[in-house]
Ligand binder design. Structure first.
Ligand code: ZN
Length: 147
C-alpha cells in the first residue's frame, strides 16, 4: 500500500489524509481505509486510491470507493466476497455484530444439544418399544391359540 504518492495528475502532493466515509459525523469520524483525500500544489483537492502504482482519482471519496474492488480481486476471494467494509463500522457496531454472532451460535448449540438428546432418547426407547411389540404379539398369539 502506497501512502507516499509524490504526484497525482502531474501535480505535487502537498498533504494527504484518509478520506471520511459518508457515514462520518463530527462526533463519530469514520474513514475509508483505502481512499485518501489529497491536497495538490495548485490547492485543488482530489480523492485517490491508496494502492501503489494506481492513479485512480475522483472528485469525491464515494467515487473512488467502488474502484477499490479492482484491487480486491487480486486478493483472497474471501475478502472480495465480504460485503461489509469493516473499517466503515464503529467499534460498538463491531462488538454488536460479534455479540449477535455469539447469540446465534449459542442458540444453535442449544438446538443441536436438544436434537442429540432427542435422538439419544429415541435410541433408548426403540428396544423397549420392540420388546413391548413382541409381548403384544405373544399375548395375541396366546389368545388366538385359545380361540
Ligand atoms: Zn486503485
Amino acid at each position: 500500500m502506497n501512502t507516499n504518492k509524490d504526484t497525482i495528475n502531474g501535480l505535487k502532493v502537498i498533504e494527504w489524509e484518509f478520506a471520511e466515509t459518508p457515514r462520518s459525523t463530527p462526533t463519530s469520524r469514520r474513514y475509508y481505509e483505502e481512499v485518501i483525500k489529497v491536497l495538490l500544489e495548485d490547492n485543488s483537492e482530489v480523492f485517490a486510491c491508496i494502492w501503489q502504482g494506481c492513479e485512480f482519482t475522483r472528485e469525491s471519496a464515494s467515487g473512488v470507493w467502488p474502484h477499490l474492488k479492482v484491487h480486491k480481486r487480486k486478493d483472497k476471494k474471501a475478502s472480495a466476497a465480504s460485503p461489509v467494509n469493516v473499517s466503515d463500522l464503529s467499534v460498538s457496531e463491531l462488538i454488536g455484530r460479534a455479540q449477535q454472532a455469539e447469540t446465534y451460535r449459542s442458540e444453535r448449540d442449544v438446538a443441536v444439544r436438544e436434537l442429540q438428546k432427542a435422538s439419544k432418547e429415541l435410541a433408548e426407547w426403540k428396544p423397549r418399544a420392540k420388546a413391548a411389540e413382541k409381548q403384544i404379539q405373544t399375548i395375541r398369539s396366546a389368545f388366538s391359540a385359545v380361540a
